[in-house]
Design a binder for this molecule. Structure first.
Ligand code: IPD
Ligand code: CA
Ligand code: CA
Length: 271
């Protein structure tokens, strides 16, 4: 980690928590001894999710006993508590994890008074560690990250998430994908939104959009994009991407391009 980063202590504790959680997740993966339950249609949770979340909260709360938590498997809150709150996805990419497909992450963010100040995403199988602190830039290990500078969407590679729990907008999606397939280099769906956002920060994706995400999916990756010089918006050109369940990320030109595409094919959403 670079020596002079702001919020260095919080980042260090987040890194330790991510390491502890990654080891737990890998133990479950290697032993294949985990139970899978359904929280809703196609919405999986495993023992590894629960154990990872418990370990992360336990490690962080020992160091910062006055901070609060918004974590996928234990929180029902639909707003941010005042003060400092850690927003945690103990496994982002549970469907991948459960099927043995190697893109699943631990996502840990610290927000203070409505602003992200620390974001960390660790892709567990490959061990890639993405992180950012407010004002301290975005990093992949020791490497500084910058979003892509591409301004020609026809040369872009996009990331997204396909709907799998609710199919209300499946026709709109298909029409959007048809258009994007024909006007870009392609679309990828790795299966973990936190990783997708980091791929934007790293310039691997030129843009990302998804509908239906929760705060723990985006809280860390969003800061990593912002600190890599990127832009974020919800699908109505606003800034309600943490709780609003809609996000677009990329450089400004790509965000505008994706916004226009979404406006055209998802016109029902905002009417
Ligand atoms: C999911 C992943 C996926 C996205 C879903 C999320 P989970 O998170 O980020 O890529 O498409 O909307 O719910 O359930 O694996 O933590
Ligand atoms: Ca998630
Ligand atoms: Ca999860």
């Amino acid at each position: 980690m670079p020596h002079s980063l702001p919020y260095k202590n919080e980042l260090k504790i987040a890194m330790e928590a991510a390491d502890i959680a990654s080891n737990i997740i890998l133990d479950y993966r290697n032993s294949k001894a985990f139970d899978i339950e359904l929280k809703g249609k196609n919405d999986l949770v495993t023992d590894a999710d629960v154990a990872s979340e418990k370990a992360i909260i336990s490690h962080i709360s020992k160091q910062f006993p006055n901070d609060s938590f918004l974590a996928e498997e234990t929180s029902n809150e639909l707003s941010l508590p005042k003060g400092r709150v850690w927003i945690i996805d103990p496994i982002d990419g549970t469907t991948n994890f459960a099927h043995g497909f190697p893109v699943f992450c631990v996502s840990i963010a610290l927000w203070e008074n409505g602003q992200p100040i620390v974001g960390l995403v660790k892709e567990v199988a490959k061990g890639e560690l993405f992180y950012a602190t407010k004002g301290g830039g975005a990093w992949l290990g020791e490497q500084r990250l910058n979003v892509s500078k591409l301004t020609d969407p026809s040369q872009s590679l996009l990331g997204t998430g396909f709907p799998y729990t609710s199919f209300t907008y499946v026709d709109e999606y298909l029409s959007l994908f048809k258009s994007l397939m024909q006007s870009t280099h392609g679309i990828r769906r790795p299966g973990a939104a936190s990783y997708d956002l980091c791929c934007v920060a790293a310039g691997r994706f030129d843009g990302f959009f998804e509908l239906g995400l929760s705060p723990w999916d985006v809280a860390a990756g969003a800061l990593i994009i912002l600190e890599a010089g990127g832009s974020l918006t919800d699908w109505g050109k606003g800034d309600n991407w943490l709780f609003g369940k809609q996000i677009i990320g990329g450089n400004e030109t790509m965000v505008q391009f994706l916004q226009q595409q979404i406006d055209t094919h998802f016109y029902k959403l905002n009417t």
